[in-house]
Ligand binder design. Structure first.
Ligand code: MN
Length: 228
């Protein structure tokens, strides 16, 4: 029997809509620049460059409805509203045609970003980790099973204090969900419990303490958090 020098951390997990069971989390992968209009607003060329990835720790998840504390060491906390894919069956070198069969479900999520730290990292060629993968940087909605979702189209929207800041459609993803799964599975062996945040549309902006963020992805569900 294994003995640990201190109690191992609890398993990070997401609640599932209409179920008492939890979805245990392994890793969170995030796609950079996957909507053309957002690439343009960030000063990039939206041509179909290969997708690229960064990560957040599994325990950076904030459960739907819970508050998100404003993080340290930033003056520019940005929201990024995203469709999130939850992998239920792992694999490497997954074919595009098989990719959706590896998906357990989907949720709406927020890739919260310390934009000032990320911009400094871009300028200096340093890693994005502290701009993206900080504590409680990933508020997530309830998971819904894949069978009920068509990830190829549907409105994606975020309101801050009741006012729409981001609105687009999943059909505008530069790299579709099956293409992202196939590409990522060439770089790492995907495993059950992995999440993939698929990228944000245009309209990212800074939030402050007291702001209420309410997002939804058509056919998937909602995400709500308050910045405190
Ligand atoms: Mn993002």
């Amino acid at each position: 029997m294994v003995s640990y020098v201190f109690p191992p951390p609890p398993v990070a997990a997401l609640p599932i809509k209409g179920s008492d069971a939890l979805f245990p989390l392994r890793r969170i992968f995030c796609v950079g620049r996957n909507y053309a209009e957002h690439a343009i607003e960030m000063g990039s060329d939206p041509t179909r460059e290969p997708p690229f990835y960064f990560t957040k720790p599994a325990d950076s998840v904030v459960i739907n409805g819970a508050d998100m504390p404003y993080p340290s060491v930033t003056k520019s906390l940005h929201h990024e509203m995203e469709l999130v894919v939850a992998i239920g069956r792992g694999g490497r070198n997954i074919a595009v045609a098989d990719a959706l069969s590896h998906v357990w479900g989907y949720c709406a999520g927020l890739d919260m970003t310390r934009r000032d730290i990320q911009n400094e990292a871009k300028k200096t060629g340093r890693p994005w980790d502290m701009g993206k993968g900080f504590d409680k940087s990933a508020p997530m909605g309830l998971l819904v099973p894949a069978a009920s979702v068509n990830p190829a189209k549907g409105k994606i929207e975020l309101k801050v204090n009741g006012k729409v800041t981001q609105t687009s459609d999943l059909s505008k993803l530069i790299w579709s969900v099956p293409e992202v799964i196939a590409n990522l599975s060439e770089l790492v062996e995907l495993a059950p419990g992995d999440l993939i945040m698929t990228g944000t549309p245009e309209g990212v902006a800074a939030v402050v303490r007291g702001d209420v963020l309410e997002g939804f992805v058509e056919g998937v569900g909602d995400i709500r958090t308050k910045i405190i």
